[in-house]
Write a protein that binds this ligand. Structure first.
Ligand SMILES: [Zn+2]
Length: 80
């Protein structure tokens, strides 16, 4: 009986670690925010127009430069 409990605890702990140590439904929003705070997973790039830093996922690429928003892309277009 005790052995069964230990095996169950080990399996539960293993599953918990597989999920990144977070309970998916409760910590989903939280864990995404912490990724941004630590900045280890996502690379950041600087907006070529206003200098704002954003993740490369959010960046808009125009003429091999990254911009934070369509407004900044439009600004860059007008300057040329
Ligand atoms: Zn910008």
């Amino acid at each position: 009986m005790i052995l069964k409990l230990i095996i169950f605890a080990v399996i539960a702990g293993f599953i918990y670690r597989l999920m990144g140590g977070n309970i998916p439904f409760i910590d989903k929003a939280k864990s995404k925010k912490s990724e941004h705070e630590f900045g280890e997973i996502e690379a950041t790039s600087e907006c070529a127009s206003c200098g704002t830093y954003m993740t490369e996922d959010d960046a808009l690429i125009y003429h091999k430069k990254s911009y934070c928003s369509t407004e900044c892309v439009e600004k860059a277009k007008r300057l040329k």
